[in-house]
Design a protein around this ligand. Structure first.
Ligand SMILES: [Zn+2]
Length: 214
């Protein structure tokens, strides 16, 4: 299950989840593509209520989606000659990003607007480094858990669903989904998350032969 963390960095997300909200998640994916695992996959993480007992939780560092014109994205994403980039707030002091002098830029420069649960939200895309790591992680999980399909909830026409599954649909679902697919109260991983690009790349990764150990 994919989340965005509304914190901006994995360091900040870990602090909020563990120290303030007493929640947990298996993986945190930082803006530079660094992946942190904080829990064994055989343990249950507290990240999505009804889905906790049968899901692996992944928190993706991103400030999230907002109603159009809300203002947060203007603060977080100034633009230079190369396009928008993340400017972390002064109070954060230490970002904890492991790549020295890393500049986080959305994979697509334009702000993405899309409907979740029938309401419009806007958001900036993940970084290319996050997609690259997430593809490897998802493929690895699909290999580890063969019942996990490299697909997401879709409607009758094959489009990625932008609403919540019913309890029965969720019970039968074996794939990759967003937090918003299990609860009407959540919008993550948001309208900018590029499901089709991601899933195409996960399937391509799964089709590659595993490298033999030396
Ligand atoms: Zn979430």
């Amino acid at each position: 299950m994919l989340h965005y963390d509304v914190c901006g960095t994995s360091r900040q997300c870990f602090k909020i989840l563990h120290d303030r909200r007493e929640l947990s998640v298996h993986f945190l994916l930082d803006v530079d593509g660094t992946l942190y695992q904080t829990l064994d996959l055989s343990d249950t993480a507290w990240h999505a209520r009804q889905a906790n007992s049968r899901s692996v939780g992944i928190e993706i560092a991103n400030i999230g989606a907002y109603p159009p014109g809300e203002g947060t994205l203007d603060e977080w994403y100034p633009t230079d000659e190369q396009g928008p980039y993340v400017r972390f707030p002064e109070w954060m002091k230490v970002t904890g990003i492991r790549t020295p002098a890393f500049v986080a830029r959305p994979a697509r420069p334009e702000r993405i607007t899309g409907a979740i649960h029938g309401r419009d939200y806007e958001m900036h895309d993940l970084t290319p480094q996050q997609y690259a790591t997430l593809v490897k992680l998802a493929a690895g999980l699909c290999r580890t858990f063969p019942a996990l399909a490299p697909d997401c909830p879709r409607d009758a026409e094959g489009r990625v669903r932008a609403d919540a599954l019913s309890d029965e649909e969720f019970a039968q679902f074996h794939g990759i989904l967003g937090h918003f697919h299990v609860t009407k109260e959540k919008q993550d991983p948001g309208p900018a998350f590029d499901w089709e690009r991601f899933l195409v790349e996960v399937r391509a990764e799964l089709a590659r032969p595993l490298e033999a150990k030396p």
